[in-house]
Design a protein around this ligand. Structure first.
Ligand SMILES: [Fe+2]
Length: 345
């Protein structure tokens, strides 16, 4: 009965991991812990295929030591490579192997007991197979989600390319921006959804300019009041373009308010301080940084030190003090400096 309760709770944990894990890495670590405890295993290893930008993720839990590796085929043992190719389960007295196969292999899990321990019983082998069925559903969901995400990103990239052809001042430098967003997000402890929405918003924030007359967008002289009133419409026009796309909904407030100012003198809603969404506050800083660091057709590039001074001047005026404090910290990091100087070449 005690064992039955443990297995029941293991199923529940796997279900919870499937619905709440923020990444396939966390999901797999959780799964390995469940197998280790419910099947009294000494070693649990899970390999997932085609994850993010690397081909394999390998999680191994041996006694109390956890190892997480990501990379190519070289991170796998010879045996694991064979298991992946064979695409089938294998059991021996002290080893259980399951291959997660749908149209292709999504991964494998293998668990082991030490030689001095008891062999796996038939009922334990049955539990193992049933748990694997639950895990395979989780893996399938993660893979589908990844595929959908790729489609979304490609869709956004094509929208951004279109915008870039129309108005070169509106497209930020995607690669460096994405790196900076991740760094700011980590520092300000944004959630994964906030981070993703910020990334989408950073690509599309000026999409509304597509609907503005080109002569205003490309004008080198100072804009008249009437022209500036038209420019001020671009956040709302941008939102109009994407409002029916469900996956972009969390990015809408960020896009709508990316020209608000901390002191309330921005547009379109004259929001101030904490009324402004955090994503919009970050995007405002990144937008200003991008314009100064990479330059614009009408504005020369600036050196990092003078950009820092410019940003500091706007603390409490255009920008949120907390966001600037965090951004300046990031700009002082050696790896970010190296990355920026390489992307400026
Ligand atoms: Fe804008």
């Amino acid at each position: 009965m005690k064992h039955y309760n443990a297995v029941f709770s293991a199923f529940h944990t796997i279900y919870r991991l499937t619905t709440s894990s923020s990444s396939i890495r966390n999901f797999s670590i959780g799964v390995c812990k469940v197998y280790k405890s419910v099947l009294n295993a000494d070693e649990v290893t899970m390999v997932c295929t085609h994850v993010d930008s690397y081909p394999f993720l390998r999680i191994s839990l041996k006694d109390k030591h956890l190892s997480v590796k990501k990379g190519g085929v070289s991170i796998l043992t010879q045996k694991e490579r064979e298991m992946l190719n064979q695409e089938r389960d294998a059991t021996s007295k002290k080893t259980l192997v399951h291959a997660f196969v749908f149209s292709s292999t999504l991964g494998i899990i293998h668990i082991k007991r030490k030689p001095e321990k008891e062999v796996f019983t038939d009922i334990e082998k049955k539990y193992f197979r049933s748990l694997c069925e639950s895990v395979s559903i989780g893996l399938k969901i993660f893979h589908q989600y990844k595929e959908e995400n790729k489609t979304v990103i490609n869709y956004i990239k094509s929208l951004t390319n279109l915008l870039g052809q129309y108005d070169t001042t509106s497209s930020l430098h995607v690669k460096s921006l994405s790196r900076l967003i991740k760094a700011v997000g980590k520092e300000l402890r944004l959630t994964e959804i906030e981070l993703r929405s910020l990334e989408y918003a950073s690509l599309l924030h000026d999409a509304g300019k597509i609907q503005l007359p080109t002569d205003i967008l490309t004008k080198q002289k100072r804009l008249t009041n009437e022209e500036f009133k038209l420019i001020m419409k671009h956040p709302r026009k941008g939102v109009e373009l994407i409002k029916n796309l469900d996956f972009l909904k969390p990015a809408i407030p960020i896009i709508l308010h990316h020209h608000e100012r901390y002191d309330g003198k921005g547009y379109p809603s004259k929001l101030k301080k904490d009324q402004i969404p955090i994503g919009s506050k970050i995007l405002a800083v990144l937008d200003a940084f991008d314009a100064m660091f990479f330059g614009r057709p009408y504005r020369k590039k600036k050196q990092l030190e003078s950009i820092k001074k410019e940003l500091k001047k706007e603390i409490g005026k255009q920008f949120d003090p907390k966001v600037i404090e965090c951004f300046l910290k990031i700009l002082d990091k050696k790896n970010i400096r190296r990355f920026l100087s390489a992307s400026d070449k």
